[in-house]
Design a protein around this ligand. Structure first.
Ligand SMILES: C[S@@+](CC[C@H](N)C(=O)[O-])C[C@H]1O[C@@H](n2cnc3c(N)ncnc32)[C@H](O)[C@@H]1O
Length: 209
């Protein structure tokens, strides 16, 4: 196994879980994830961090996909801890292995930054949602402040290979709207105690128009 394969298999999943569990991020998850209800699909469910926040009185079925075997191990362990019957599969958001209009809620947190093709993934998320279904999103991305955005552009080439292909400069709200969702209102802001180039976040409940 070469260094990159070893790093991606063993180091990067731990770094991702650690970075994605910062206190400000956990607070924000706690305001978004419990809104999920009915049949729920989580994109990029690896790591399993969100599972603690789902309200099992509201969720009737849970499915999730992620491409990373190591992060999927964490997600399956979380499902065992939670004691619920979760359908967790390996897969990519660009080609979601579920039929059309299968879910009432789709949850997507800190994943659009890492996928290869965000527009295609958002189209897939729309496809698997019932009409009127909700996409709950919480993502980091392109800062509206020019100075911060310049730092994001400078740091991104070093950050991406260390963090599993995570981009710092992707727009969030505009991408969600362009995919055929209505998003009102959208929450946004920098997370406390994090560098501004990594902590511009946008979140909301987007309805499949
Ligand atoms: C920064 S981690 C966030 C994990 C989790 N969503 C969370 O909120 O803690 C990014 C996740 O996106 C996953 N990912 C990367 N490319 C993907 C793709 N094409 N489709 C679905 N998930 C992908 C990674 O394996 C990883 O689990």
């Amino acid at each position: 196994m070469g260094f990159k394969a070893w790093y991606d298999a063993h180091v990067m999943p731990r770094m991702i879980r650690c970075a994605c569990s910062a206190p400000g991020i956990m607070d924000r998850r706690a305001s978004v994830v419990p809104l999920a209800s009915g049949r729920v699909f989580e994109l990029g469910c690896g790591g399993g961090i969100n599972q603690a926040f789902y309200d099992t009185d509201r969720v009737t079925a849970f499915a999730g996909i992620d491409p990373s075997p190591k992060l999927l191990d964490y997600a399956r362990e979380q499902a065992r801890t939670k004691g619920w019957d979760a359908d967790i599969r390996q897969g990519f958001g660009e080609d979601i292995p579920f039929g059309d209009e299968r879910f009432d809620t789709v949850v997507c947190t800190y994943t659009l930054c890492s996928v290869d093709d965000p527009a295609r993934v958002l189209a897939e998320l729309r496809r698997v949602l019932v009409p009127g279904g909700t996409l709950l999103f919480l993502e980091h991305g392109h800062s509206p402040d020019a100075g911060v955005a310049r730092w994001q552009q400078r740091i991104e080439p070093m950050w991406k290979p260390m963090m599993g292909g995570c981009h710092l400069t992707r727009p969030i709200g505009p991408a969600v709207r362009a995919a055929g969702f209505s998003v009102e209102p959208i929450g946004s802001g920098y997370m406390p105690r994090m560098p501004r180039w990594a902590s511009w976040m946008e979140w909301g409940a987007a309805v499949r128009a």
